[in-house]
Design a protein around this ligand. Structure first.
Ligand code: PRP
Ligand code: URA
Length: 209
């Protein structure tokens, strides 16, 4: 199935780490390390076309002009599991600010429930990266993107590790202009809304709950 405005980050190092992440014997410590490592690797691709501006710099040899990111970056993890990617992204973008969106899926209806929201007041003019390892039905990410738009965000991209076709379709039905970056497109959801083959419950595996 072909999807528009979706960037599948197809890289041998990411495949290797994602395979370890899927492995049910990986404990929470290993899971946390791998999630952050993959998120770090994905940043390179996610930020590829961000605009830059010239900045003069004095090297030990002479004065020259380098280039730096034109806009501040705001990273927004969807709690809880998105937190597992934040440190990895910050390794490459240490000046990024963090907003937080608390959203969980009601396990019986699979509808997203929003319970917490704290965003930088001037988020609207920044490059915003919404992160969550799992895009399953798409309800959580779709709702989170809606909250960010209501906060005035104009430049938004969504980054996940594993996406189900159902979730991609739902997200893009509501936010066709927001690019999705993912490390894998999995086969389908099961009847409880879990991704197959997936990696199980990301929040529980990350936090050992
Ligand atoms: C997981 C995951 C996503 C959501 C994806 O969170 O981290 O936020 O499910 O599912 P969806 O696409 O069907 O909305 P969960 O609801 O388990 O909350 P938690 O991270 O706090 O455990
Ligand atoms: N949330 C998860 O953590 N895993 C899934 O497979 C689906 C939703």
């Amino acid at each position: 199935m072909a999807f528009s405005n979706l960037i599948l980050i197809d890289h041998p190092v990411i495949h290797t780490k994602l395979t370890e992440l899927r492995d049910y014997t990986s404990d929470h410590r290993k899971f946390r390390d791998l999630l952050n490592e993959i998120a770090s690797l994905m940043v390179y691709e996610v930020s590829r076309d961000w605009p830059t501006i010239p900045r003069p710099v004095q090297t030990p040899m002479e004065r020259t002009t380098g280039r730096v990111l034109a806009r501040q970056v705001t990273l927004v993890p969807i709690l809880r599991a998105g937190l597992g990617m934040a440190e990895g992204v910050l390794r490459l973008l240490p000046d990024a600010r963090l907003g937080h969106l608390g959203v969980y899926r009601d396990e019986s209806t699979l509808e997203p429930v929003s319970y917490y929201q704290k965003l930088p007041p001037d988020i609207s003019g920044t490059e915003v990266v919404l992160i969550d390892p799992m895009l399953a039905t798409g309800g959580s990410a779709t709702g989170a993107a809606q909250l960010l738009k209501q906060a005035g965000v104009q430049s938004l991209r969504f980054v996940c590790l594993v996406a189900a076709p159902e979730g991609i379709q739902m997200f893009h039905r509501h936010h066709p202009e927001v690019p999705i970056y993912t490390a894998a497109i999995d086969r389908q959801l099961n009847d409880r809304g879990y991704i197959l083959p997936g990696l199980g419950d990301a929040g529980d595996r990350l936090f050992g709950t």
